[in-house]
Design a protein around this ligand. Structure first.
Ligand code: UD1
Length: 429
């Protein structure tokens, strides 16, 4: 097993380059099987474990995946020959269920084990199924464990989502691009990675319009072709470094970002007293005094992203005064509060609300990463705290942050990856 050891209390300074968006990559990789051709995908965060699991799954169903360089792959989907994906493949991450929509689009058949992923509360897939059924698929769930979907023909249709769901929007898009006629998704998710997926599909010859609004229109096409496509920068990785800069009283230029995607995060940082300077494809964040308090409510895009909520809580834990965090998406996203409280924070959780009474400083402690973004919060807290923080269960962090030790260390953090229980310093990276 591995853990991170951070000796905190150093302001983060310098420049960091954000990787390609994990959540866009996780939709685009399965989408590549909709063509019987070769897709080259650039700016892909190849070394995060969620992406390597998706590449493994592609190989499992017969695709060839070639690594061109550290952030580029080629997917040759001509030899894809199976619509069955077992639990061994899907247990690691939620997004493995995007293969249901993609395989339905490719073969009219998908048999995919229910997905694993971060536990943030119940994660139903009723809206995905509603969409597949609207397109004419028969969907059953065997033994509560395997989704079996098939359709002789997929026929375009209106689909109204009862909740704004990123996953359902992606899955329905994947199934609909080759359906006969027009599909209209109403109350669709508007996250940047939905737009990125639509752009990728259009580069493959699909006809998708309106992505980024709450109505997406998909006119089915018979055939799709290969393409070369570069993934957008990761909004949440960028936001994580923005908060880390502020929480450590640092000054960081965060490069390879789309500032428009960061507006909800920037405005909360400014409300707390940080300086945020926007450039064409970079933002600089600095803070030289104790932050002020503010309140946040997480919402679907363009609201404040739930995936930035734990990181922001670290800054608010250090703020002057009381902040309120209202979690509007997930029912169990405050598990990190217990860990931050071990570091001296004062956070009380009541259902979907966290009341954060700011303290002057955090102190290092042994903590764990309960899930991916909770882990990001521990990283920021460890850098901001006095003394040494040890973070266990970092496999969650490795799911979504590329070269995380190298990136934090380049900004001046004293952070090492240690293998334990042997604690052999020779393994430190
Ligand atoms: C995606 C992101 C995740 C982020 C979340 C919300 C990926 C790979 N993951 O997750 O990081 O936290 O969006 O921004 O992109 N729901 C239903 N029925 C459904 C589907 C969802 O009730 O069929 C509910 C969920 O329980 C949740 C809400 O809708 O309360 C939003 O979920 P959704 O947008 O689907 O999240 P994911 O796609 O799983």
């Amino acid at each position: 097993m591995e853990k991170f050891v951070i000796r905190g209390g150093r302001p983060l300074r310098g420049e960091v380059t954000v990787s390609g968006a994990k959540n866009a990559a996780l939709a685009i990789i399965p989408a590549a099987i909709l063509s019987q051709d070769i897709c080259r995908i650039e700016n892909l965060p190849v070394s995060i474990s969620d992406v390597s699991h998706m590449m493994k799954t592609l190989r499992h169903i017969g695709a060839q995946v070639r690594l061109i360089n550290a952030n580029t792959i080629e997917i040759d989907a001509r030899a894809v020959n199976s619509f069955v994906i077992s639990h061994d493949m899907t247990k690691f991450l939620r997004a493995s269920y995007y293969f249901i929509g993609a395989l339905l689009g490719r073969f009219g058949r998908a048999k995919v084990a229910m997905p694993g992923g971060c536990y943030l509360g119940p994660r139903p897939i009723d809206q995905h199924i509603k969409g597949f059924e609207a397109l004419g698929a028969d969907v059953s769930i065997e033994d509560n464990a395997i989704v079996d979907a098939h359709a002789d023909r997929l026929i375009g249709s209106p689909v109204y989502l009862d909740v704004v769901s990123v996953g359902a929007t992606v899955n329905i898009l994947l199934a609909a691009v080759k359906a006969e006629g027009m599909t209209v998704i109403e109350n669709a998710a508007k996250e940047p990675h939905i737009v990125d997926l639509a752009n990728f599909l259009n580069s493959m010859g699909a006809d998708v319009r309106g992505a980024g609004t709450d109505t997406i229109k998909i006119r089915g096409v018979e055939k799709m072709h290969g393409c070369t496509y570069s993934i957008i920068p990761d909004q949440i990785e960028a936001g994580t470094f923005m908060v880390a800069a502020a929480a450590t009283f640092g000054n960081v230029l965060i490069k390879n970002v789309i500032p428009k995607h960061l507006e909800s995060i920037s405005s909360k940082l400014v409300e707390c007293g940080a300086q945020v300077e926007e450039f064409d494809d970079a933002v600089r964040v600095s803070l030289d005094h104790r932050p002020g308090h503010c309140s946040i409510k997480t919402m679907p895009h363009p609201g404040f992203p739930t995936d930035m909520q734990p990181q922001m809580a670290v800054l608010l834990a250090l703020a002057q005064g009381t902040s309120y965090i209202n979690e509007g998406i997930w029912s169990n996203r405050f598990r990190y509060a217990e860990q931050l409280n071990r570091m001296g924070a004062n956070i009380k959780v009541e259902g979907q609300l966290a009341v954060v009474q700011g303290v002057e400083a955090l102190r290092g402690a042994p903590v764990k990463a309960d899930d991916l973004r909770a882990g990001a919060a521990m990283l920021i807290a460890g850098c901001a705290a006095t003394g040494t923080t040890e973070i266990e269960e970092i496999l969650h962090i490795d799911r979504g942050y590329e070269n995380v030790v190298e990136k934090f260390a380049a900004l001046g953090a004293d952070i090492r990856r240690i293998r334990f229980p042997d604690n052999d310093a020779a393994h430190a990276v």
